[in-house]
Design a protein around this ligand. Structure first.
Ligand SMILES: [Zn+2]
Ligand SMILES: [Zn+2]
Length: 376
């Protein structure tokens, strides 16, 4: 048992610079400061955004302790922490929720102004508790989950039911919840409506799941990978388009499948730049709404202006508009009660020491989620 007031040495996945290889090295994790908790990670997972992280987007600060999906147990707490205690099972969040700021009380956004996204990769006091050979490590936003131990601010940490399946808890800490929230909180999908989801990774499958929960009757999934058909159906997809199989554009195919007018809502979850225009074109003129949740690595992309001129709406979203405490705890409860088939996402598993294999596995057509197991 580590002494809670001591520095812990442990293994973590590190990236030393944009495009540099990922290495598993021994790091030091300091005890938590007043508003922080030190977390012993149970398991983590790989999200497509992690690939952008090691390519240096949108962060510029290295060395970087990697990973933002995961679940762990609180090992020690700072002396001002009231909502968490040793032994609590927690998932780190990359946005907080103060429930008091202008944005939190607006009921319109999850982008809390008191506890914003940490684009610096540092804790709110602009430092981190992680270091390697005396050099400070940065996080992916507010956490670093591919580490045996990490410190996060208590305001960016959600307590979950300790009986929750650890792998499933990891999946809802980013990807799946982002899609689910986009349908629930951003699009506010209505019963009987039609939906198209571009890209059937964990985010897209989450959007399908959310659309189904809200009563959408036509849920069209689009992916270039035929193996995603079965996954989509498990979460409630009603129709599948295999991208690249037809001379027609995907938006034309969606329109054909939805009575010629297009769908009420679309979700761009692939991050593939040309699909943003397609996802908007696939919605109804005058009323269609598109939520963009896929992240690519290009900050500026071409966009078909005419697609949005005829009364359609395009909205961006962080974490699917989910508030980090009030909304994510609802998703966590549903996860704990197995209301969605999250086992369908779990396709591969690697130990932390084999983290590079996880990136290789993610390229395989049958891969949805790679779980990263901690050795302790
Ligand atoms: Zn707030
Ligand atoms: Zn993510």
């Amino acid at each position: 048992m580590p002494n809670t007031s001591q520095v812990i040495s442990c293994k973590a996945a590190i990236c030393w610079g944009a495009g540099k290889p990922v290495t598993v090295e021994e790091i030091q994790v300091d005890p938590p400061k007043a508003t922080e908790v030190r977390v012993k990670m149970l398991c983590a997972s790989l999200c497509h955004t992690d690939i952008s992280s090691i390519q240096g987007f949108p962060y510029i600060n290295f060395p970087l302790a990697l990973g933002h999906e995961g679940v762990g147990v609180v090992e020690s707490v700072g002396d001002q922490v009231r909502n968490l205690k040793e032994g609590d099972v927690v998932i780190p969040t990359y946005i907080g929720e103060c429930q008091e700021c202008e944005n939190c009380v607006s009921g319109k956004t999850n982008l809390c102004l008191t506890y914003p996204i940490r684009l610096t990769g540092l804790l709110p006091d602009n430092t981190s508790r992680m270091s390697i050979r005396g050099q400070r490590l940065h996080h992916v936003l507010s956490c670093a989950t591919w580490s045996e131990y990490m410190v996060s601010d208590a305001n960016y940490t959600l307590k979950v039911d300790p009986t929750i399946d650890p792998a499933h808890a990891s999946f809802i800490s980013c990807g799946f919840s982002t899609g689910y929230g986009a349908a629930w909180k951003e699009a506010k999908v209505e019963s009987g409506s039609s939906v198209a989801v571009f890209g059937l990774g964990a985010v897209g499958l989450g959007a399908i799941s959310g659309a189904k929960m809200l009563g959408a009757t036509k849920i069209i999934g689009i992916d270039k990978n035929e193996m995603k058909r079965e996954k989509g159906e498990a979460f409630g997809m009603t129709d599948f388009i295999k991208a690249g199989d037809s001379a027609k554009s995907v938006s034309e195919l969606v329109k054909e499948m939805s009575g010629g007018m297009g769908v009420d809502y679309s979700f761009e979850c692939s991050g593939v730049a040309p699909l943003l225009t397609e996802s908007v074109e696939a919605t109804k003129v005058g009323t269609g709404k598109t939520i963009a949740i896929g992240t690519g690595t290009e900050p500026i992309i071409p966009f078909g202006l005419t697609s949005i001129m005829y009364g359609r709406t395009l909205k961006g979203s962080v974490f699917g508009g989910l508030k980090a405490i009030s909304d994510l705890s609802i998703v966590a409860n549903k996860c704990q009660k197995e209301e969605f088939p999250l086992q369908e996402l779990f396709t591969h598993e690697v130990p932390l020491t084999d983290i590079n294999k996880a990136f290789e596995l993610l390229k395989k057509p049958n891969c949805v989620k790679v779980v990263i197991k901690m050795s302790h």
